[in-house]
Design a protein around this ligand. Structure first.
Ligand code: ATP
Ligand code: MG
Length: 220
């Protein structure tokens, strides 16, 4: 595809996995910053079926998926990929990246966007050393999380660090890039906690998602 504004060829697949319990403006603004700042044709949000590293959600995977769809319905370039929900079982990122890699072929750049908090937990992920074989890691800062790189991750980051974000579009996988985008101190747990206390969740997430939460009385 051709970017009409810049006249540049768009290349590569950007993805962002998450529990999205619920999706919020921290996720969405990060996704929009990536779409606007780099030449990816689109960004796929991939809600997990069963998170591996945290408490199981109190709502169904279908409800989390519904909210992702509501959040992105009017935004060009943001897509939802429901493969983890369709696959069921524990949602291992390594399985997802392997599947996407098989579909897009060996040469297309694949970029996984993740927040600093997720990156810091990487050494606990299933087959985490394999992730970089399938994709680049695009790590975005998150208020409250410092790149306090413990030994294993600091050598990993140094070994794979890209020299510029654009290098990620010149090869299929294997690089790590750290970026500060719009810093928003919003989390799903904050929203669930407000809803539980019957406080307003307005302006933390898109209005259609807020309405869905209220209509279905989620997180009460
Ligand atoms: P919870 O509070 O339940 O842990 P969360 O807000 O961390 O939820 P997730 O669905 O776990 O949301 O996050 C999915 C991905 O989005 C992760 O890589 C996470 O680091 C990133 N992310 C979430 N919120 C933000 C934010 N405000 N800024 C930057 N990245 C974020
Ligand atoms: Mg979290």
């Amino acid at each position: 595809t051709i970017d009409s504004r810049a006249g540049l060829k768009k290349k590569g697949v950007a993805i962002m996995g998450g529990t999205f319990d619920p999706i919020h403006n921290g996720h969405l603004r990060t996704a929009v910053d990536i779409l606007d700042g780099y030449q990816y044709a689109n960004l796929r949000l991939i809600p997990c079926f069963q998170p591996v590293h945290k408490r199981q959600p109190s709502i169904t995977p279908q409800q989390r998926l519904d909210m992702v769809k509501l959040a992105i319905s009017s935004h060009d370039g943001l897509l939802v990929d429901d493969r983890e929900i369709t696959r069921e079982g524990p949602s291992y990122t390594a399985d997802t990246l392997r599947e996407i890699r098989a579909q897009i072929g060996p040469d297309e750049p694949l970029v996984m966007v993740l927040g600093m908090d997720s990156f810091l937990s990487l050494p606990t992920w299933h087959n985490w050393q394999d992730l970089i074989k399938y994709a680049h890691l695009f790590v975005v800062s998150r208020p409250g999380w410092e790149p306090d790189l413990i030994s294993e991750l600091s050598s990993f980051s140094e070994n794979y660090r890209a020299s510029s974000p654009h290098e990620l579009q010149c090869m299929p996988s294997g690089l790590v890039w750290f970026e500060t985008l719009t810093p928003l101190g919003i989390s799903s747990s904050m929203i669930r906690s407000l809803a539980r206390k019957d406080k307003s969740i307005a302006y933390l997430l898109p209005e259609p998602v807020q309405n869905y939460i209220e209509k279905h009385q989620l997180y009460r």
